[in-house]
Structure formats: structure tokens, C-alpha cells
Design a protein around this ligand. Structure first.
Ligand SMILES: Cc1cc2nc3c(=O)[nH]c(=O)nc-3n(C[C@H](O)[C@H](O)[C@H](O)COP(=O)(O)OP(=O)(O)OC[C@H]3O[C@@H](n4cnc5c(N)ncnc54)[C@H](O)[C@@H]3O)c2cc1C
Length: 478
């Protein structure tokens, strides 16, 4: 037996993803080195093993060693919401911040194709994409006037920065039927659940994508996603829970950034966890110690936690011992970025045209507000028609400008990350506003720790709103 240390790769160009997963699984019982185990396997033997141990005996974590890279193209942004609804996966998608959308690049949902609504749906898409293209033109002089040339910057680089500025604003007009591409890296265990969720969607497009993903994945993972079927309890749950939810009358006027369940002792519990980690007492003893500390001593401990950290360091895990919940209203464009924060627990309501829409100040300054309002109104009218028949399909026509309610729960460590990333001045102004609003809500409850969140500049959410928006109010428009 070779007892020398070895570190090496099992290359996906040599072994299938399923064979790699089975190789790792077999180390549990086999004394052989990994490369010897792998060499003894073939697709058939791997499949037999997977069927017995992973599927049969429920040793599902083994499937996490089989990783796939899936490319999905020309799917709607609405479908992307389900595709990206998996915490343990990685995504990169076509950006509405940098790319201009082709006027034909929208999905016509299978439910609409051939239905009496098809003509009206396509007419609305023509209107929205047409006004989007007009907005890009109208915003160009605004973008140029608001993009000061940097020292030694070439004409081309400056013009591109000015263009991107207009694209960032025009994106408010894009409906969620707009097509996008997304690259997905995911392990077989997470993929099985992702496929189940797609197959259980209320949208036919998403169910079709789920079936296609399953078929493609099975080329590499014949066994591990074989049993990915629709989730049987979901349809009943949806129908019955909606009966309860429908009993509530909609009330407008809720704050757009409402901190719920703030953990009043959160700061003390985090500090107690730090003492626990570096000491040898019980957690209760550490907590009592913190509760008896004068504020200066707590401040000193907080300073120690962050003293040597650079911009690139991740704060220690003990920040996860405090949670905060937020009830938020943000425009769909902001939500599309918000949903990418996988460490949070997020619950989002259906995308509707019933909660008002944001008007970026740039639209007003470019003299485009009337036209923009026409687009939003046209979308809201078609939305209501479709919603009376199928509310989920109706979401396809809703542009990024419309507001959406999102409930989220995050621990303080994730909030540090989210706020730092999304309050940066190069982040889109919609998500910057969300980040600033959350930061302001966190501060009173975590007075010592929140000082350590690395945010550049000190602009308030209100000031951002005034700087970038003519309108953000969440109110009905029809
Ligand atoms: C300047 C900029 C440009 C962007 N452009 C695009 C774009 O063009 N297209 C696009 O699709 N997205 C884009 N994004 C979004 C970006 O790719 C992230 O998806 C998004 O910011 C979510 O943040 P996150 O992945 O750091 O963290 P979260 O999901 O919030 O996770 C928090 C932290 O947990 C850790 N973590 C979570 N999951 C994993 C994992 N699977 N593996 C390892 N560590 C993990 C990381 O430390 C991470 O920082 C952009 C973001 C920025 C800031």
C-alpha cells in the first residue's frame, strides 16, 4: 500500500460525472486509491452502484460529486427565476446592464401560442420592444451629457460607458418575456431537485425546460437524475393556500423597506459566539460575560474581529448567529439581481402590474416620460386581461419597472456581503437603493457591528431615491 501523500484531479475529460461520484462514494468501503477505483469502473457498473447506494439506500450526498455545466439559451427571464431558484448552484446570465435586446428576442409562452390572446400579446411585445429601442436613442444624449470623460480616456471607451448608462435605464422597459441566456453549474443532487421544481412549475415553458434539462443531464448522469419527477404535493398546496391568501384585502402604503423580527440581542449573541470560539466555556457563560461587558469592551472586541481585515477578506462565521427579516418592495430589475443572493431565504410574490412602477429620473430628464408611461399602461392593461385567465402566464408581459414584494431573511454575515457589494457606486441604482435601505434598517439594531460593514460613501436611501427616480411609489395604476 502506498502511504505517500497524493493530491490529484479526477478529470471530467477522462471520467463521466457519474463515474467520479461513484469513485468517491466507493472510498467509503474500499481501501484502494481513487484512480484505481475509477479505472475499475465503467458506465454500467457506475449506474448499478448509483442505483443501489444513492437512489436505493438514500446516500444522496454522494451525488454532489457529479457536477454538470449546462448552457441554457433563449429562455424567458421569467423562466430564469425558477432555473435560478437553487441555493447550491452557480449561475451567470446575459446582463440587461450591458447588452441591448433584439426586438424579436422574447418568448411567446406555449399557453399563449395559438390562443385568442396571441395577437394582443405579440402586439404588446412589439410596443414594449419598440419603446425600449426608442428609449435607447432618447437616452443617448442624456448618457453622454452625464458621463464625464476620464483623463486619457479614448473616445471609444467613453462612448461605451455613456451607452451602458442609457442601457441601464432602458432596461426598465424590458418585459419578463425577454429572452436571456444562462450558464448553470450544478451538482447532481441539487440538479435533481432543480428539475423537480421546473417540472412542477405552473408555466409550460418552465416544465418544457425541465424536461429538456433532464434529458441533457441524463446523457452524463444516467442514474442520478432518473427519478426527478414533478413534486406531487405542490399543486394542491398552491390551490389551497391561495384560498386562504385570497381572503386578505390588498392594502397599499406599506413601507418599501420594512425590517421585521430584528434580533434585539443579536449583537450580544454574535460576540458571545466569538468568545466561545476562542475560549473553552459554555455558550451560556460566554453570553453572560458579554451581557455584563461595558460598551467600550464590546466595542474593543468588535474592533478585534475586524482589525486586520482587508477589502477582500470574508468576515468570520460567528456573524451568522443573528438573523434579520425584511419585507421589501423593489422594482423587478432590482429583484432580478436580489434573487441571486443564495445565502438568504427569499419568498417572492408573483410578478404583477398591480403594485405601481418605478420611473428613473433619466427617463424624465431625457424627455421620455410620456412615452414610458404609455408603455407601462399598455403592459398593465394586457396584464389584467391575461391575469383574469392565467395570472402566472400574465407575468410574462410585466416590464422590469414594476414593483414586486419580496420577503427575505438573512444572517448578518450575508448582509455584510450583500450591502458591501450592492451599495457600491457601480451597482445599478435600483439595487443600491435596496442595499442602502437595508443598511439603514440594520444600524440601530447592530450599532457596533454595522459600523464595520464596508460601504463606500455615505449616501442615504432617500437621497439615492431623489437622485435617480422620479417615481417609486407602490400603488395601483389602472
Ligand atoms: C459588478 C458586478 C457585475 C455582475 N455582472 C453579472 C452578469 O453580467 N451576469 C450575472 O449573471 N451576474 C452578474 N453579477 C452577479 C454576481 O455574479 C452574483 O451572482 C451576485 O452578485 C450574487 O453574489 P454572490 O454570488 O457573491 O453571493 P451570494 O449568493 O449572496 O453568497 C454570499 C457568499 O457566499 C459564498 N457562496 C455562495 N454560494 C457559493 C458557491 N456556490 N460557491 C462558493 N461560494 C459561494 C460566497 O462567498 C458569496 O460571496 C454581477 C455582480 C457584480 C457585483
Amino acid at each position: 500500500m502506498d502511504l505517500n501523500r497524493r493530491v490529484y484531479r479526477l478529470s471530467p475529460s477522462q471520467y463521466s460525472a457519474e463515474t467520479i461520484a461513484v469513485t468517491f462514494a466507493k472510498t467509503s468501503r474500499s481501501p484502494e486509491p481513487f484512480d484505481v477505483i475509477a479505472a475499475e469502473l465503467n458506465d454500467e457498473r457506475s449506474a448499478q452502484f448509483s442505483e443501489k447506494w444513492i437512489v436505493g439506500y438514500g446516500h444522496s450526498s454522494v451525488a454532489e460529486h457529479a457536477v454538470l455545466h449546462l448552457a441554457l439559451e433563449n429562455v424567458s427571464r421569467l423562466a430564469i427565476e425558477t432555473i435560478e431558484a437553487n441555493r447550491l448552484a452557480s449561475y451567470t446570465e446575459k446582463s440587461t446592464r450591458y447588452q441591448e435586446w433584439d426586438p424579436k428576442a422574447y418568448v411567446t409562452p406555449p399557453e399563449i401560442l395559438g390562443s385568442p390572446c396571441e395577437g394582443e400579446y405579440k402586439e404588446l411585445m412589439g410596443t414594449l420592444f419598440g419603446i425600449y429601442a426608442e428609449a435607447l436613442q432618447a437616452l443617448r444624449p442624456w448618457g453622454e451629457a452625464n458621463t464625464p470623460r476620464r483623463e486619457n480616456e479614448s473616445e471609444k471607451a467613453w462612448a461605451n460607458r455613456a451607452r451602458v448608462k442609457s442601457v441601464d435605464v432602458a432596461r426598465f422597459l424590458l418585459p419578463s418575456a425577454a429572452m436571456a441566456n444562462v450558464g448553470l453549474t450544478i451538482n447532481a443532487r441539487a440538479l435533481e431537485y432543480a428539475i423537480k421544481k421546473m417540472l412542477s412549475s405552473e408555466l409550460e415553458e418552465v416544465r418544457q425546460i425541465g424536461a429538456e434539462v433532464k434529458a441533457v443531464a441524463q446523457q452524463e448522469l444516467p442514474t442520478l437524475v432518473k427519478y426527478a419527477d414533478p413534486i406531487a404535493f405542490l399543486p394542491q398546496l398552491r390551490t389551497k393556500a391561495r384560498v386562504f391568501a385570497d381572503r386578505i384585502d390588498t392594502i397599499y402604503g406599506a413601507p418599501w423597506c420594512d425590517l421585521k423580527d430584528a434580533d434585539e440581542s443579536g449583537e450580544d449573541r454574535i460576540l458571545a459566539a466569538v468568545l466561545y470560539r476562542f475560549g473553552d466555556d459554555s455558550y451560556q457563560v460566554c453570553l453572560d460575560q458579554v451581557l455584563n461587558m461595558p460598551n467600550e469592551e464590546k466595542q474593543a472586541l468588535v474592533d478585534v474581529m475586524f482589525a486586520e481585515m482587508t477589502d477582500f477578506d470574508i468576515p468570520i462565521r460567528e456573524l451568522e448567529y443573528a438573523d434579520l427579516s425584511f419585507s421589501l418592495i423593489m422594482d423587478q430589475g432590482a429583484y432580478f439581481e436580489f434573487k441571486r443572493h443564495r445565502m438568504m431565504t427569499q419568498t417572492v410574490q408573483d410578478l404583477t402590474a398591480r403594485l405601481g412602477y418605478a420611473i428613473p429620473k433619466a427617463i424624465t430628464e431625457a424627455g421620455f416620460e410620456m412615452r414610458y408611461r404609455e408603455a407601462m399602461r399598455a403592459a398593465a392593461v394586457v396584464y389584467e386581461k391575461l391575469a383574469s385567465w392565467n395570472p402566472q402566464v400574465a407575468s410574462y408581459v410585466v416590464p422590469n419597472a414594476f414593483n414586486r414584494r419580496v420577503l427575505c431573511r438573512a444572517n448578518l454575515r450575508e448582509l455584510f456581503h450583500f450591502i458591501k457589494l450592492r451599495c457600491a457606486r457601480n451597482a445599478h441604482f435600483s439595487i443600491q437603493r435596496v442595499g442602502r435601505g437595508m443598511l439603514e434598517a440594520v444600524r440601530p439594531h447592530f450599532p457596533l457591528l454595522s459600523q464595520k460593514i464596508q460601504v463606500k460613501g455615505d449616501i442615504s436611501a432617500q437621497a439615492l431615491t431623489e437622485e435617480y427616480f422620479t417615481e417609486t411609489a407602490a400603488k395601483p395604476i389602472l
